[in-house]
Write a new protein. Structure first.
Length: 118
């Protein structure tokens, strides 16, 4: 790798709920390689965190990717999407992958017909 690129990358300041792209790549790869089936009914997504992600310049929409961390916990990773429908994931430009969701089960709230509680 280019040493100038590595120097720039070492200066990246991640927002509170952002994760490094390299982590997101690994987690989404884990999801695609998943052999077992677990019951994930949905994800809890705090609005404050969505608003933080929306503050990135040029975001028209958001896209979610499913991932599994090194402890086997499911995640919904969110990235900004530009007007052409392309993911905006360039850490050097302040475009991050956000991980602030909680899986359901665990964060399901009261039981209902969508989360399997009724």
């Amino acid at each position: 790798m280019d040493s100038k690129f590595e120097e720039q990358k070492s200066k990246i300041v991640y927002p509170l709920q952002a994760i490094p792209l390299s982590t997101a790549v690994k987690w989404t790869q884990n999801w695609r390689e998943r052999k077992d089936i677990q019951d994930i009914n949905g994800f809890f997504i705090p609005m404050d965190d969505i608003n933080e992600a929306r503050a990135e310049a040029g975001i028209d929409n958001m896209r979610g990717y499913l991932g599994i961390d090194e402890n086997g916990v499911d995640h919904l990773l969110l990235v900004g999407v530009d007007a052409k429908g392309n993911d905006m994931i360039d850490e050097l430009k302040g475009q991050f992958v956000y991980d602030y969701t909680k899986p359901c089960p665990q964060q399901c709230g009261n039981g209902n017909v969508l989360n399997g509680g009724n």
